[in-house]
Design a protein around this ligand. Structure first.
Ligand SMILES: Cc1cc2nc3c(=O)[nH]c(=O)nc-3n(C[C@H](O)[C@H](O)[C@H](O)COP(=O)(O)OP(=O)(O)OC[C@H]3O[C@@H](n4cnc5c(N)ncnc54)[C@H](O)[C@@H]3O)c2cc1C
Ligand code: SF4
Length: 485
């Protein structure tokens, strides 16, 4: 145990400092700064090393949180990264981007602020990279098995790293020009700079994972061909079909899916050429949808110097404190202030969008109404309509599932009622030797779940190919963990 009296001596929870808003919106660099070492130790020392560490249960990866809290408290960074890597291939992603369901289930959180678990996690991996402790783990022996992983987001990367380390020959196919999935072209640099993806890819290449970019499976090579060419195939193609809002005016110039905007912005920040650029500079922007994607559009629009940004959400404003029906250790729905929200903009709840208004094919406003509940359904309240001026609208309404084309007709893959790829308890789809992991099977979710599923799917593939496996399997496809995320 780190410090037996730590949680009594240090009652205040201190998270990492954020750069001042006026400075950070002038660039695309990460918002967060490293935490001072003394403060970090003190915070790690608040961990009570509980007999039953509920945080393990809250983390889909089953991260060994009290162990590495203790090691960081004792300045044993090298041992800490070994314990962290034992359950998490990419703590630099989760330490920056995870909503930390572990903290919601921290026992200290019952009557005090939870331990800053995510902060300790990111500090461990950042120190490990700084000290060159992150080295390749190439397999000692190779098997004669080959695996194609389709999709290079966190799920595909976790599957690939686990199976490469088990000695198989793994090729990752990605239709984009660069590897990373949503980590590369979805999530903006101010949340995680791309250096984090690139240096992990260096490690993976050195271990032997092969990457094929610019190849769309189903078009450039068929799924059947891929299945014939490899001993196993993993579908890790994400849930990329955006939810639309088919209301009058949807085809006006200026109404875009959020991902069209974010991909372009990420490319521009990376210095890549962008055609038909969508820029928020000097414009009145409305974002429909209050989740992560909406917050990423908000931070991007501020950095492009939008004249105003309003986020409209159809639901109620979540409470600031846990609601009674979401007691500890469940992951509660709370009113969150992401870094992008600190930077400005307005947030409006219970707002139904009824029409996009325009002139000569160009968007000029959004007609909204108050939302009321009729028979449990959210509907616009008659007589409350008003028009908000807008030059740009971003639809950040979530995703309806993976793209079915190719998978459905070339492999006869089945999809469930939520449009996700159907797999059995061992991540296998209806086609023998074809597995699915991450958002493609689970629906739009979180990076931590993508990594957890990727690790477990790799164990299932290894077991299927070799008859036994020593790879860990943190979660089954049906697992939802204590957090209910
Ligand atoms: C804007 C945005 C912000 C987010 N922010 C966060 C956050 O802060 N924290 C968090 O935990 N989660 C966040 N998420 C969710 C998280 O990014 C996803 O849950 C996670 O990336 C899913 O990983 P994945 O590997 O399953 O799929 P993805 O990351 O979507 O990767 C799938 C990859 O497959 C490729 N692909 C698809 N079809 C083919 C094909 N036929 N051939 C070849 N390649 C193909 C795609 O190009 C893509 O690169 C965010 C999501 C979005 C959209
Ligand atoms: S991956 Fe997420 S849930 Fe797991 S320990 Fe890290 S912050 Fe917590």
């Amino acid at each position: 145990m780190a410090d037996p009296r730590g949680f009594l001596k240090v009652r205040e929870r201190q998270t990492q400092p954020r750069r001042p808003v006026p400075v950070r919106i002038m660039d695309w660099k990460e918002v967060y700064e490293a935490q001072e070492k003394g403060v970090l130790k003190e915070q790690a020392g608040r961990c009570m090393d509980c007999g039953i560490p509920f945080c393990h249960q809250g983390c889909p990866l089953g991260n060994l949180i009290p162990e590495w809290n203790d090691l960081m408290y004792r300045d044993k960074g090298r041992e800490a990264i070994e314990r962290l890597h034992a359950t998490n291939n990419f703590p630099e992603f989760t330490g920056r981007l995870c909503p930390a369901p572990c903290e919601a289930s921290c026992v200290l959180g019952i009557n005090q602020p939870a331990v800053t678990i995510k902060q300790v996690e990111v500090s461990i991996i950042d120190q490990a990279f700084d000290e060159n402790w992150v080295t390749p783990h190439a397999p000692e022996r190779l098997t004669d098995k080959t695996i194609a992983v389709v999709g290079s987001g966190p799920a595909g990367l976790a599957v690939a790293q686990q199976l490469t380390r088990a000695g198989h020959t793994v090729a990752v196919y990605e239709r984009d020009d660069k590897i990373g999935g949503l980590l590369r072209y979805g999530i903006p640099d101010f949340k995680m700079e791309k250096l984090q993806v690139d240096r992990r890819l260096d490690q993976m290449r050195a271990e032997g994972t092969r990457f094929r970019t610019g190849v769309e499976v189903g078009r450039d090579i068929s799924w059947e061909q891929l299945r014939r060419r490899y001993d196993a195939v993993v579908v890790a193609t994400g849930a990329t079909v955006p939810r639309d809002l088919p209301i009058p005016g949807r085809d006006l110039n200026g109404v875009h899916f959020a991902m069209d905007y974010l991909v372009q912005a990420n490319r521009a920040v990376a210095g890549e050429p962008v055609r038909n650029s969508i820029s928020a500079e000097g414009k009145h922007v409305i974002i429909l949808g209050g989740g992560d994607t909406g917050a990423d559009c908000l931070g991007t629009a501020h950095r492009q110097q939008a004249a105003s940004v309003t986020t409209l959400a159809i639901g109620q404003q979540p409470p600031a404190e846990r609601a009674g029906h979401q007691p500890w250790p469940m992951y509660p729905t709370l009113f969150e202030t992401a870094s992008a929200h600190e930077e400005g903009g307005e947030r409006t709840y219970l707002s139904s969008t009824v029409e996009f208004v325009g002139e000569n094919g160009q968007l000029t406003g959004v007609k909204v109404a108050e939302t009321e509940f009729v028979d449990g359904r959210r509907v616009p309240k008659a007589g409350t309509e008003r028009v908000l001026p807008a030059d740009l609208v971003f639809l950040a309404l979530g995703f309806t599932g993976p793209e079915p084309a190719g998978l459905a007709d070339q492999l006869q893959t089945e999809f469930d009622e939520r449009s996700n790829v159907v797999r059995d308890g061992y991540y296998m789809t209806g086609t023998p030797g074809v597995f699915a992991a991450g958002d493609a099977g689970r629906g739009q979710s979180l990076i931590v779940w993508a990594i957890a599923e990727g690790r477990a799917c790799a164990a299932a593939v290894d077991q299927w190919l070799m008859g036994s496996t020593r790879l860990p399997a943190p979660v089954a496809p049906t697992d939802r963990a204590i957090s209910l995320l």
